[in-house]
Design a binder for this molecule. Structure first.
Ligand SMILES: [Zn+2]
Length: 106
Protein backbone atom coordinates (compact mmCIF):
# COMPACT_ATOMS: atom_id res chain seq x y z
CA UNK A 1 0.00 0.00 0.00
CA UNK A 2 1.43 3.39 -0.92
CA UNK A 3 2.16 5.68 1.96
CA UNK A 4 -0.21 8.60 1.75
CA UNK A 5 -0.36 9.40 5.41
CA UNK A 6 -0.61 13.06 6.17
CA UNK A 7 -0.92 13.91 2.55
CA UNK A 8 -3.86 14.31 0.32
CA UNK A 9 -4.30 11.98 -2.55
CA UNK A 10 -4.35 14.42 -5.40
CA UNK A 11 -6.57 13.55 -8.29
CA UNK A 12 -7.82 10.52 -6.46
CA UNK A 13 -10.82 11.00 -4.25
CA UNK A 14 -10.23 10.31 -0.61
CA UNK A 15 -13.53 10.53 1.16
CA UNK A 16 -14.57 10.94 4.76
CA UNK A 17 -16.03 7.43 4.60
CA UNK A 18 -12.66 5.94 3.66
CA UNK A 19 -11.03 7.83 6.51
CA UNK A 20 -13.67 6.57 8.89
CA UNK A 21 -13.03 2.97 7.81
CA UNK A 22 -9.30 3.41 8.17
CA UNK A 23 -9.63 5.05 11.59
CA UNK A 24 -8.19 8.41 10.56
CA UNK A 25 -8.74 11.70 12.24
CA UNK A 26 -9.38 14.80 10.19
CA UNK A 27 -7.09 17.70 10.87
CA UNK A 28 -8.71 21.03 10.15
CA UNK A 29 -6.54 24.10 10.14
CA UNK A 30 -7.30 27.76 9.79
CA UNK A 31 -4.42 29.39 7.93
CA UNK A 32 -5.48 32.76 9.23
CA UNK A 33 -5.53 31.97 12.96
CA UNK A 34 -3.03 29.12 12.72
CA UNK A 35 -5.40 26.97 14.74
CA UNK A 36 -5.52 23.19 14.43
CA UNK A 37 -8.46 21.10 15.40
CA UNK A 38 -9.04 17.36 15.15
CA UNK A 39 -12.32 15.79 14.17
CA UNK A 40 -13.81 12.34 13.79
CA UNK A 41 -14.66 11.64 10.14
CA UNK A 42 -18.05 10.26 11.23
CA UNK A 43 -18.99 13.62 12.75
CA UNK A 44 -18.04 15.42 9.55
CA UNK A 45 -20.07 12.92 7.51
CA UNK A 46 -23.11 14.01 9.50
CA UNK A 47 -22.49 17.58 8.36
CA UNK A 48 -21.17 17.21 4.84
CA UNK A 49 -22.09 13.68 3.79
CA UNK A 50 -19.47 11.22 2.58
CA UNK A 51 -17.60 13.75 0.47
CA UNK A 52 -14.06 14.07 -0.79
CA UNK A 53 -12.02 15.62 2.02
CA UNK A 54 -10.80 18.35 -0.31
CA UNK A 55 -14.36 19.58 -0.60
CA UNK A 56 -14.30 20.61 3.06
CA UNK A 57 -11.66 23.22 2.25
CA UNK A 58 -13.26 26.61 2.53
CA UNK A 59 -16.56 25.17 3.76
CA UNK A 60 -16.07 24.96 7.46
CA UNK A 61 -16.28 28.04 9.61
CA UNK A 62 -13.27 28.80 11.76
CA UNK A 63 -14.65 29.17 15.26
CA UNK A 64 -12.17 31.91 16.05
CA UNK A 65 -12.15 34.28 13.08
CA UNK A 66 -15.52 33.16 11.65
CA UNK A 67 -13.95 32.88 8.20
CA UNK A 68 -14.19 29.94 5.89
CA UNK A 69 -11.71 30.79 3.18
CA UNK A 70 -8.52 29.87 5.06
CA UNK A 71 -9.80 26.58 6.40
CA UNK A 72 -8.09 23.44 5.09
CA UNK A 73 -8.81 19.81 5.89
CA UNK A 74 -6.64 16.74 5.66
CA UNK A 75 -6.87 13.12 6.73
CA UNK A 76 -4.24 11.90 9.16
CA UNK A 77 -3.69 8.38 10.28
CA UNK A 78 -2.16 8.56 13.71
CA UNK A 79 -0.49 5.89 15.74
CA UNK A 80 -1.75 5.22 19.24
CA UNK A 81 1.26 7.15 20.53
CA UNK A 82 0.48 10.14 18.36
CA UNK A 83 -3.12 10.16 19.51
CA UNK A 84 -2.08 10.62 23.11
CA UNK A 85 -2.63 14.22 24.06
CA UNK A 86 -4.78 15.02 21.06
CA UNK A 87 -8.14 16.35 21.89
CA UNK A 88 -10.78 15.51 19.32
CA UNK A 89 -13.55 17.98 18.83
CA UNK A 90 -16.81 16.02 18.77
CA UNK A 91 -20.08 17.07 17.33
CA UNK A 92 -22.35 17.88 20.25
CA UNK A 93 -25.47 18.76 18.35
CA UNK A 94 -26.71 20.09 15.08
CA UNK A 95 -28.91 23.04 15.74
CA UNK A 96 -31.46 24.03 13.20
CA UNK A 97 -32.24 27.68 13.68
CA UNK A 98 -35.84 28.69 13.29
CA UNK A 99 -36.17 32.27 12.14
CA UNK A 100 -39.38 34.19 11.99
CA UNK A 101 -39.80 36.52 9.05
CA UNK A 102 -42.64 39.05 9.07
CA UNK A 103 -44.10 40.75 6.08
CA UNK A 104 -46.57 43.60 5.91
CA UNK A 105 -49.85 42.95 4.17
CA UNK A 106 -50.13 44.64 0.81
ZN1 LIG B 1 -9.52 31.44 11.76
Amino acid sequence: MPDTDGRRKRGNAWTLGKSHERGDLILIRCGHCNIKRWYEPSDLIRLFGDVDIELIDGHMLCEKCRNKEFVRAEARHLTAMERVGIRVRRLAEIRVVRRVVWKDEE
